[in-house]
Each structure stands twice: as structure tokens, then as C-alpha cells.
Design a protein around this ligand. Structure first.
Ligand code: PEP
Ligand code: CO
Length: 448
């Protein structure tokens, strides 16, 4: 670890995408309050996640990272947290049972509130307004007042993350994630879909297998791995003041951990090597990740690896490619080769969402299920050609029956987008599209 690093060193470097907080005193007060609040996660948990990711790096497990594009202060209920967990558990079970690989479950949840924007302003009904930057910064309502950054929102984000994490821990350790509940994760509207029925059949097979083991005299009640699930949290470390305030020295090791989540990542827009975000992540002992877009060269990626994983530690660094369907064959092989030659034991994972966004009829941002699936297939193909383990996927989804992404077996059409389009930022796969995707992924993994 670089001894000159400190959680505030980023302040001397160019920091992109930071809000223009209008009231310095209010900002200082909010950050001071945050820095005195308890950590959200414990350093030992982050080390456990890193060990799980080391298994992924070794080709022995698969990473499923999924959740909202942006969590919302307005849609914050026990049901929405439960339903997001349900769909992730369903996808994980499809992958584990269907492909026989352990699945590391990592939510984009309990802290995923900040959004990088391509422009600081946007025009709504002829008026230029500050862009919406996620509920940790401002509100999405199209008024000047709503869009003014409010540092008090960082405290709200902290408290919402704490309650979300509390419920996730209760669900995953308290019986809800018990494998004998595999049928109950299938929600009504999903159960009616083709994917939902496919899932019902798989759940019945799992129940039969559990019954068989019980009949053989195996006491399944003693098997924690059947009754509890390890579920980890992650978000983009974008608002560095917030992340700094939650970065604490671990009393056991003396190392610095960002206790706002188990894993944090740097986005495509803030990953410049000499910038504040990469510097901030470089000093953390959490596992970290970086998004890699189509303009990245092999050299860029190796330099990021050197900055973020100088010790070549398995599980420390995950590279999330988001190249866009049709660009994977031309861009990715040279990245894979450059990183392999550099010796960094990274996890390679595919975000098939952010390179495939377009504006549909009616002006709504959308993505087509087929393009999402195509990018994943291309990712698997290139990994196979290069002899690299396709370590995982990074998906924006919700358990709800939204109409935000086009396509899928229960096809969402352009005209349907207006029906239930509730995302705070980017379009998400709905419950049945997510399940369809999991079955397709299980096929791809099995074919390896
Ligand atoms: C995101 O993950 O929501 C995001 C903004 O991604 P990217 O940095 O890849 O554009
Ligand atoms: Co997004």
C-alpha cells in the first residue's frame, strides 16, 4: 500500500462529476456528521467478498452483480427490496443448478444513488436545468429548486442504505433465502410467463433433490449453505466526499476500508488514471471494480490494473466491460491479452446494458433484450477464444413488472414503454426478462 495515500488525497486531483454544492457550510456539516456515523459494512466482510471473487478469478465461480441503475428516495419500501432480492436469488439458483457453478451474489443496492451525467445541464420544456445526479445529490423533478444539490441528501442516502442493508441481512440470514423457499421467490406476474414456468419446473426438481437427501438421512437443517445466502453490496463510488466520510481504518489490520459497501467501482466517465476517483480507490482495501468502455486500449487497462491492483491480488480487481453489442470481437481480445500478459489476476465481467442504450419512440431511453443477450454471447465467445474465464455479468434490473427494456419472451414493444416506465435513471430488465436472461446464461455456462 502507498503510505502517502489518505482518504482525502483525492481532493488535490481533478475530480469529475462532483456536484456544485451551493452551501459550503452545510456540506461540511453533512460530511462531519457522516464521518461520525457507524460503518455500514465491516472490513472482514469485504475480505470475505474478495476471497469469493478470487474464486471467480480462478474460474471456479461466477459473479452475478445486479440491481437498480439508481436507487430512489421515492420508491423505498420493504416490498421493493424483497422483490429485487427475490429476482437475484432466482437468477442465482438458475445459474447454480443449471450450470453447476457457485454464484457470488453482489447487489447494486444499499448505496447506488449517484449518477454520472454526460452534461451538467439539460433542457426541459425549453428551460435549461441542472442535470439530475441521483437522489444522493438532487431530486429528479424538473424545477430549479429540486435540482439544486443538497448535502443533507447524503445523510438520507446513508440512512436508506442502512435500512436496506438491514433488511437484506435479515432476509438472507433469517430463513427467506432458505433453499426450501425456492418456489416462493417466483412472483405472481413472473410465474405466469414462460420463463416463470421454466423456473417452477426447476424449483420442483430442486425440492425433489432436497427431499431425496432428507430421505437418505441427511440432516439438511444443519447445512448453513442451504439455509443462508451470502449477499454483498456495491455501488459506483462517484461522490467522493460521501465515500471519504465512510472510509475508516480497520482496527484489526490497520488498512483503510470504504465501509459504504463491500465493493465499490469507478465508472466509465471517471476512470482517468490521473483523476481523483482512481486515486481514491487505489488506497482502499475493499475489492474494487472499473467499467471499461469501447475506447479503452490495452495500455489504458493495464495502467488501471497497475494503479488499482499493484500487488496482483486475486479478487482485488474486477474489470466490467461495457462495449456494446457488435463491438466485443473487435475491442475485447486485445484487452484480454494485454491484461493476461501483465499478470494481473482480474475478474472479467460483462455489463451488457450501458453500451446498448438508445432513445426509443416517445423519447424514453431503452435497451433491447436481444442486444443485451448478444453482447453477453459475444463476451462468452471472445473469452473462450482467448482461454479466459467469463467471470460474470453486471445487470440493471428490478423484480417489478416494468416496461423499460424492449423484447424478451413476453415481448415488450415500443408502444408499451409508456405503460410502466418507473426507473429513476436507465431502463432495467423486468422480472421475467431477468429470468429469461438467467436461463440463457446457464446454457452458455453449461456449454463451456
Ligand atoms: C452505471 O453503471 O449506471 C453507469 C453509469 O455505467 P458506466 O459508468 O459504465 O456508464
Ligand atoms: Co445505469
Amino acid at each position: 500500500m502507498d503510505r502517502s495515500w489518505s482518504p482525502s488525497r483525492w481532493r488535490n486531483l481533478p475530480a469529475e462529476q462532483q456536484p456544485d454544492w451551493p452551501d459550503q457550510y452545510a456540506l461540511d456539516q453533512a460530511l462531519k456528521t457522516l464521518s461520525l456515523l457507524p460503518p455500514l459494512v465491516f472490513a472482514g466482510e469485504a475480505r470475505k467478498l474478495q476471497a469469493a471473487l478470487a474464486q471467480v478469478a480462478a474460474g471456479e465461480a461466477f459473479l452475478l452483480q445486479a440491481g437498480d441503475c439508481a436507487e430512489s428516495f421515492h420508491e423505498f419500501t420493504a416490498d421493493s427490496i424483497r422483490d429485487k432480492l427475490k429476482i437475484i436469488l432466482q437468477m442465482a439458483v438458475v445459474l447454480t443448478y443449471g450450470a453447476g457453478v457457485p454464484v457470488v451474489k453482489l447487489g447494486r443496492i444499499a448505496g447506488q444513488f449517484a449518477k454520472p451525467r454526460s452534461s451538467p445541464t439539460e433542457v426541459v420544456d425549453g428551460h435549461a436545468l441542472p442535470s439530475f445526479r441521483g437522489h444522493i445529490v438532487n431530486d429528479d423533478a424538473p424545477t430549479e429548486a429540486a435540482r439544486t444539490p443538497d448535502p443533507g441528501r447524503m445523510l438520507t442516502a446513508y440512512h436508506q442504505s442502512a435500512s436496506t442493508l438491514n433488511l437484506l441481512r435479515a432476509f438472507t440470514k433469517g430463513g427467506f433465502a432458505d433453499l426450501s423457499q425456492v418456489h416462493t421467490w417466483n412472483q405472481q406476474f413472473v410465474a405466469r410467463s414462460a420463463g416463470g414456468q421454466h423456473y417452477e419446473a426447476l424449483a420442483s426438481e430442486i425440492e425433489r433433490a432436497l427431499q431425496f437427501m432428507r430421505a437418505c438421512g441427511i440432516d439438511l437443517r444443519g447445512e448453513a449453505s442451504l439455509q443462508q445466502v451470502e449477499f454483498w453490496t456495491s455501488h459506483e463510488a462517484l461522490i467522493l466526499g460521501y465515500e471519504e466520510a465512510l472510509t475508516r481504518r480497520d482496527s484489526l489490520t490497520g488498512d483503510w476500508y470504504d465501509t459504504s459497501a463491500h465493493l465499490v467501482w469507478v465508472g466509465e466517465r471517471t476512470r482517468r488514471l490521473d483523476g481523483a476517483h482512481v486515486d481514491f480507490l487505489s488506497g482502499l482495501s475493499n475489492p474494487v471494480a472499473v467499467k471499461i468502455g469501447p475506447a479503452a486500449t490495452g495500455d489504458d487497462v493495464v495502467r488501471l490494473c497497475d494503479a488499482l491492483d499493484p500487488g496482483c491480488v486475486p479478487g482485488r480487481l474486477t474489470l466490467i466491460t461495457r462495449l456494446g453489442a457488435g463491438k466485443v470481437h473487435s475491442r475485447m481480445p486485445r484487452l484480454l491479452r494485454a491484461v493476461r500478459d501483465s499478470g494481473h489476476p482480474v475478474v472479467w465481467t460483462c455489463d451488457p446494458m450501458h453500451g446498448n442504450t438508445f432513445t426509443g419512440a416517445g423519447g424514453r431511453k431503452t435497451r433491447h433484450f436481444d442486444r443485451v443477450l448478444t453482447e453477453i454471447r459475444e463476451f462468452f465467445a471472445v473469452c473462450r477464444e482467448e482461454g479466459v474465464w467469463p467471470g460474470g455479468v453486471h445487470i440493471e434490473l428490478t423484480g417489478d413488472d416494468v416496461t423499460e427494456c424492449l423484447g424478451g419472451i413476453e415481448e415488450v414493444l415500443e408502444d408499451d414503454l409508456a405503460l410502466r416506465y418507473t426507473t429513476t435513471c436507465d431502463p432495467r430488465l423486468n422480472g421475467s426478462q431477468s429470468l429469461d436472461l438467467a436461463f440463457q446464461l446457464a446454457d452458455l455456462l453449461r456449454r463451456r
